[in-house]
Each structure stands twice: as structure tokens, then as C-alpha cells.
Design a protein around this ligand. Structure first.
Ligand SMILES: [Zn+2]
Ligand SMILES: [Zn+2]
Length: 101
């Protein structure tokens, strides 16, 4: 079984890249049946995205603001900046004041 260099189009950036005979052989030896969909640089970019990501953990870290519950007077924290004139509730009271349907 011999392989020939193939030209493939990257599904990410649309660039044409070479799927070389060597790579095809490597793919087959690993049992991969699909051709690569992305050019080497896009593959590399996706890899580093997966391993060196700080974007997701940043999103889960919401800034919390200290506040005093308008209902029971307990110290609490809310995910938004409390404004004067708008009552802020602790999580217990929030559930009482605004019951979810
Ligand atoms: Zn690409
Ligand atoms: Zn409360």
C-alpha cells in the first residue's frame, strides 16, 4: 500500500494544506480512518486552546459585592453592584421574595 501527498482544505481557515504520504501512513497505523479536517496551524491552535485555557475559569469566577439583606439584615454577597433604592436580599430571602415559578 502506497500513499501519495494529498491536498486538503482546512475546515477552519479554508487554507489548502498537504496531507503528506508520511502522515497518511501514520494516520493509518494509528487506526484513524478520517482525513484531517484542519491545517497543521489550526490543529496546533486548537490544542493550545484546550490546554492553556484561562477563558472558562475566568467566566466562572464572578465578582461578588458585599451587601446587607433588606429583609433579614444579614450580611450577604450579590453578583451585581448594589444600588441605593434597590433592595438586596440574601439567598434565603431572595427565594421568599421572588419565588420561582
Ligand atoms: Zn486552518
Ligand atoms: Zn435575608
Amino acid at each position: 500500500m502506497s500513499f501519495e501527498d494529498k491536498s486538503l482544505q482546512c475546515s477552519d481557515c479554508g487554507a489548502t494544506f498537504t496531507f503528506s504520504a508520511d502522515e497518511q501512513e501514520l494516520f493509518q497505523s494509528r487506526g484513524y480512518t478520517n482525513e484531517p479536517k484542519r491545517c497543521p496551524s489550526c490543529r496546533q491552535a486548537r490544542k493550545s486552546e484546550r490546554y492553556g485555557n484561562s477563558g472558562n475559569s475566568y467566566r466562572s469566577q464572578r465578582q461578588m459585592f458585599p451587601a446587607v439583606c433588606a429583609e433579614c439584615g444579614k450580611d450577604t454577597e450579590v453578583p451585581f453592584e448594589p444600588r441605593s433604592g434597590r433592595p438586596v436580599y440574601c439567598s434565603d430571602c431572595y427565594r421568599k421574595v421572588r419565588p420561582s415559578k
